[in-house]
Ligand binder design. Structure first.
Ligand SMILES: Nc1ncnc2c1ncn2[C@@H]1O[C@H](COP(=O)(O)OP(=O)(O)O)[C@@H](O)[C@H]1O
Ligand SMILES: [Mg+2]
Length: 318
């Protein structure tokens, strides 16, 4: 299983193999067990690939209709890493039928830059993240993202039948993989929990495993989709500190989706607001460290962002 998983993650076409499950399993009177096994592995590999942010493992460059940059086909699909750019998007448009979700998005994220993306529910934040992750190619415009990238979602998305270490090293191969996985778990404060089953982990611990899984791939770009949204307030504070420390050490570019204005101001170098399919605001976070909510610069930025989101700043009026 592990070998097949690896093979599928490294180049075969999961979609075609997934179709084989439908036809072989449903229509054939006698089914070749090996064929079904292979198809199930491929379907699983496709799910796993999305889970760990390895949508295009043989290239990881996001193409688009206009650039026609096939994943892995050429350097045309990747940002110019020499120029220190992790994301470069020009004229991005995404519609689902008549529903235009993103329109005219231009975005550049520098190497090592931490960018937060705010927007109301349904404004298209996750859609943009998925596009940058390489999971949605039905787009118009130019979309370039660093080849080495990882995604973390609100849910940890751990495979329940695999222990913590196995979840961290999912889809990786090579001699040093277990050691790297253990080191990543130690970095997120889970040394000694390698053999823990996902069901035995708290929400915060599971999300630490998800962060370790992102880190172990040594990404140049980390895409986070409301990663702490399901955690309690105290756990979230600890996770903020952990994420800041991990970013300080590894310096990936980060796109951090949240609808929590304070979280954005606490963590990011720059905050974007997505409104009606476009980036309506792009502000640097000029708040001295340690960033405190009581700081006037913090309060001013929060008020500006809340106004952009169409929400009254209640704290500012009391
Ligand atoms: N695969 C899809 N098919 C149709 N509509 C979609 C699809 N994915 C997202 N949408 C729509 O795009 C809009 C933006 O969704 P999303 O990016 O998830 O918003 P956000 O993450 O900001 O809450 C929503 O109206 C959603 O229904
Ligand atoms: Mg979302």
């Amino acid at each position: 299983m592990a070998t097949q998983l690896h093979r599928h993650l490294n180049g075969s076409a999961p979609a075609a193999a997934t179709t084989a499950v439908d036809t072989a399993a449903v229509h054939a009177a006698t089914v070749d067990a090996a064929t079904v096994d292979a198809a199930v592995d491929a379907a699983l590999a496709a799910t796993v690939a999305e889970t760990i942010g390895a949508g295009f493992p043989d290239g990881l460059a996001t193409g688009s209709a206009r650039t026609a940059a096939r994943p892995g086909s050429s350097a045309a699909g990747e940002p110019d890493e020499a120029s220190g750019v992790a994301v470069r998007v020009r004229g991005l448009r995404r519609a689902f039928g008549d529903h235009v979700v993103l329109d005219g998005i231009d975005l550049t994220i520098a190497a090592g830059e931490f960018v937060a993306l705010l927007g109301r529910s349904g404004s298209g934040k996750s859609t943009l993240l998925r596009i940058l992750g390489g999971f949605d190619t039905g787009v118009e415009g130019d979309v370039l993202a660093a080849t080495r990238r990882s995604i973390v979602f609100q849910e940890a998305r751990l495979l329940p039948w695999t222990r913590a270490l196995g979840n961290v090293t999912l889809g990786l191969s090579g001699k040093e993989v277990a050691a790297r996985g253990r080191a990543a778990l130690a970095e997120v404060g889970l040394a000694g929990r390698e053999r823990a089953w996902p069901v035995t982990l708290s929400g915060g611990e599971a999300q630490r495993v998800a962060l370790a899984r992102a880190l172990v791939r040594e990404p140049d770009l980390v895409l986070l989709d409301e990663p702490f949204g399901a955690l309690d307030a105290l756990t979230r504070i600890r996770m903020h500190a952990l994420l800041r420390e991990l970013c300080r050490r590894h310096r990936p570019a980060v796109l951090f989706v949240t609808h929590d204005v304070d979280e954005a101001v606490l963590l990011a170098d720059r905050v974007l607001v997505l409104t009606d399919g476009a980036l309506s605001l792009d502000l640097p976070v000029d708040v001295p460290s340690p960033r405190r909510r009581s700081n006037p610069a913090f309060a001013a930025l929060r008020a500006r962002l809340l106004a952009e989101l169409g929400v009254d700043d209640l704290e500012g009026t009391h």
